[in-house]
Write a protein that binds this ligand. Structure first.
Ligand code: PMV
Length: 326
């Protein structure tokens, strides 16, 4: 039986992508920049065997069925076509963080699956090829393949749309404190959300201005300029949520506790505590800060009403193979 196990981290986008130019190939409307999240991991074991009746996928001990299973099977078909091997697969995947609450679980899941499945089928893919492959499962997964701080070049076809590292994890001692205000599964997943992006009259303006925001974010990371990073991250998050709120039907991911946090954090920054916020397609708030400010930011967040839990992550490494005991 051909088996491999891989580990990947989720990532938090500093400059978001929202909307696809090609839904099937998952070619994004705009480029994006993110940071991998060490401490949060998905570990995925894949085995291919003719003995299996069909693809079997287990996520945190739960057997997937229906559209969830179909999505993974369709992705595995991409890998099987690349390898020219058409055996069914058994996939076992575990997250050490809550699934489906704006913590980009699909990014880590499809990054780990790309590496484990391609290795199990004997393919020896380089980082670019893996990033392209991961993109087919979930766009943001392309960014969980390379290490540290990562930029996904939107590209205009399958070949040209992939992510690369722009700085290693040790480049900048940032911390992501994730204030969980709701740990349940989000109501509208990102795949459905991307399809609505073009119904917002604000989306063309958001996309047209993306190269400017990418440039500011890239240079702020290179210079380790927190204030510049903070301003562009918050603007970008607000732009994406403005598009979400003005799509048809509108997507409103915020909870009252979300708004409370995103009003507090810029006020803390103004008074000298370096911290900024960003949100994915969910109500939880990622609060970024230099590690020297993490204890104080964490303390203040824990005092805000509605904050149920705070997860902490540092800049993370690339998707990688692991050996499993037993
Ligand atoms: O690639 P997906 O379907 O997981 O979409 C990710 C969308 C956001 O997290 C909201 C933005 C981003 O760039 O990660």
């Amino acid at each position: 039986m051909a088996t491999a196990t891989a580990l990947a981290h989720p990532n938090i986008a500093f400059i978001k992508y929202w909307g696809n130019r090609d839904q099937h190939l998952r070619l994004p409307a705009n480029g994006s920049i993110s940071m991998n999240l060490a401490g949060l991991t998905t570990t995925t074991e894949v085995s291919f065997s003719d003995e299996l009746p069909g693809d079997m996928v287990e996520l945190n001990g739960r057997l997937l069925a229906g559209p969830e299973l179909q999505r993974v099977s369709d992705f595995l078909d991409c890998v099987r076509r690349m390898a020219g091997v058409f055996k069914p697969a058994q996939v076992r995947s575990e997250n050490n963080f809550p699934t489906g609450a704006g913590i980009a679980s699909s990014a880590a899941a499809f990054a780990a699956l790309s590496l484990a499945a391609s290795t199990a089928l004997g393919l020896d893919l380089g980082e670019l090829e893996l990033s392209r492959l991961a993109r087919r499962g979930s766009g943001s997964a392309s960014r969980s393949i390379p290490t540290g701080f990562v930029e996904w070049h939107a590209g205009d076809d399958d070949q040209s749309s992939y992510a690369v590292s722009i700085a290693p994890p040790e480049h900048w001692d940032l911390v992501d404190l994730i204030a969980v205000v709701e740990a349940g599964h989000k109501s509208v997943g990102s795949t459905a959300g991307h399809a609505l992006a073009d119904t917002s009259p604000l989306q063309p303006a958001r996309v047209a201005d993306a190269p400017r925001r990418l440039e500011i974010c890239r240079s702020a990371i290179h210079a380790r300029d927190f204030d510049r990073l903070a301003a562009i991250i918050e603007l970008d998050s607000n732009l994406m949520h403005a598009v979400m709120m003005t799509s048809n039907p509108p997507l409103m991911y915020w909870e009252p506790a979300t708004l409370r946090i995103i009003k507090e954090v810029p006020a803390w920054r103004k008074s000298g505590l370096p911290a900024c916020f960003t949100l994915d397609a969910g109500p939880n708030v990622h609060v970024l800060c230099p590690s020297s400010a993490a204890d104080e930011v964490r303390r203040r967040l824990s005092e805000l009403p509605g904050v149920q839990q705070i997860l902490q992550a540092a800049p993370g490494g690339p998707a990688r193979l692991v050996t499993r005991e037993g």
